[in-house]
Design a protein around this ligand. Structure first.
Ligand code: KG4
Ligand code: ZN
Length: 366
């Protein structure tokens, strides 16, 4: 065992109706630094355990792939046991096994996929290699029921920043845009480091920003100028913003002036939330989507949620945000998408299923 947290956590009751002939599906997630194993019965989450190695990466200020792979190896079996115990099932009860086969860290993905193949082979159950990004969208059936389509999804975490158009969660997902440099969460983490805050920095900036003035400093809104809106309509860029914050802070430090940390945090956060929500709402309007879903760790951000609610309400769009535990990486998202594929009659993956660290979002499953 590592210092990882493998203690089973209580699963709050969901409002989703239990599907009549709901398949019992096990989901395994290991694309980054969370080892997640969960079990769903149709749209109902019955077991969900996550072991995170985030504490082991903290002193490096970011995820170290080799450390993540090793932590997955150590956590996989205890996490699987705990999830089955929480769900009150035996492995032989399962109808199918789903696993993240990409995108993600190559070595980390291998651990989950090897575990899933072993289970599928030993239990003689169908195997579904699924797309991590699409699973971030599919997980919301556990909280808010069947997904209305077309729907736009904004995925914002330490590893990804994507705008997706979902016409059918099992077969028709397209990428509208993504970050061309840093992910949104990565920008939070880098700016937090500049301000001498611990990793991961998002929650610290969120908290500090509460006491700051979001209009104190006019930080740039990446890829929103007229020309950029033509070439990069639904793409994002956060590296210019990060550099602008760094310059602002360094100039003041060099002059021996105090840094108004709360104002910097609030102004930086305002720039991120403004661009994310502006482009997400525009994507809904231009693609006839009446619903916007926000997922990923940054979806926990208070200002992002507030601004998204405000702008969606003004545009007549319904906002869906899964509960925070389901926004971050977990096995529930994998099991939920796996169950939706099983219910839609999708073809299972082959037992020699490969991992694909840069799996395109259009490939919902392999
Ligand atoms: O989805 P996640 O748990 O893991 C992956 O990156 O896959 O997302 C982690 C990211 C980190 O960059 C963290 O700083 C950010 O989400 N984050 C936040 C907040 N909580 C977590 N960013 C802004 N505000 C928050 N409240
Ligand atoms: Zn993720």
């Amino acid at each position: 065992m590592t210092s990882s947290d493998t203690a089973p956590q209580t699963v709050p009751a969901t409002t989703a109706a239990i599907v009549a002939d709901a398949p019992l599906v096990l989901g395994i997630e290991s694309s980054c630094d969370e080892t997640g194993v969960a079990i769903v019965r149709g749209h109902e989450l019955i077991g969900d355990v996550v072991a995170s190695s985030v504490d082991e990466h903290a002193r490096f200020g970011g995820v170290i792939p080799e450390i993540a792979s090793r932590a997955h190896l150590e956590a996989m079996v205890p996490t699987l046991d705990a999830a089955c115990e929480q769900a009150g099932i035996r492995l032989t009860d399962l109808d199918a096994i789903a696993v993240t086969s990409g995108p993600g860290l190559a070595g980390a993905l291998l651990v989950g996929v090897a575990a899933a193949k072993t289970l599928a082979f030993a239990l003689d159950k169908p195997l579904y290699g699924i797309n991590h990004l699409v699973a971030h969208v599919g997980v919301d059936v556990l909280d808010h029921g069947t997904l209305p389509t077309p729907m736009v999804a904004l995925l914002v975490s330490g590893g990804h920043t994507n705008l997706l158009l979902v016409r059918d969660i099992g077969s028709d997902v397209v990428s509208l845009g993504q970050t061309i440099d840093d992910a949104a969460g990565e920008a939070y983490d880098k700016v937090a480091r500049l301000l001498d805050l611990p990793y991961p920095g998002g929650p610290h900036i969120d908290r500090l920003a509460q006491q700051g003035d979001p209009r104190a400093i006019a930080f740039p809104r990446g890829l929103t100028s007229g020309r950029d809106m033509q070439r990069h309509r639904f793409d994002f860029s956060f590296s210019g913003l990060k550099t602008a914050v760094a310059r602002w802070v360094e100039t003041r430090r060099a002059a021996g002036e105090p840094i108004p940390v709360a104002d910097v945090a609030a102004s930086f956060q305002e720039a991120v939330a403004d661009v994310l929500t502006r482009k997400a709402v525009l994507a809904c309007q231009e693609h006839g989507a009446t619903h916007l879903l926000i997922g990923g760790g940054v979806a926990a951000n208070r200002r992002l949620r507030e601004l998204a609610e405000e702008r969606c309400a003004a545009a007549g769009i319904t906002l869906r945000v899964p509960r925070p535990r389901l926004c971050t990486d977990n096995g529930a998202m994998v099991a939920a998408l796996g169950a939706q594929l099983v219910m839609a009659g999708a073809e299972p993956s082959a037992l020699d299923l490969p991992t694909d660290s840069s799996m395109p979002v259009e490939r919902v499953h392999v």
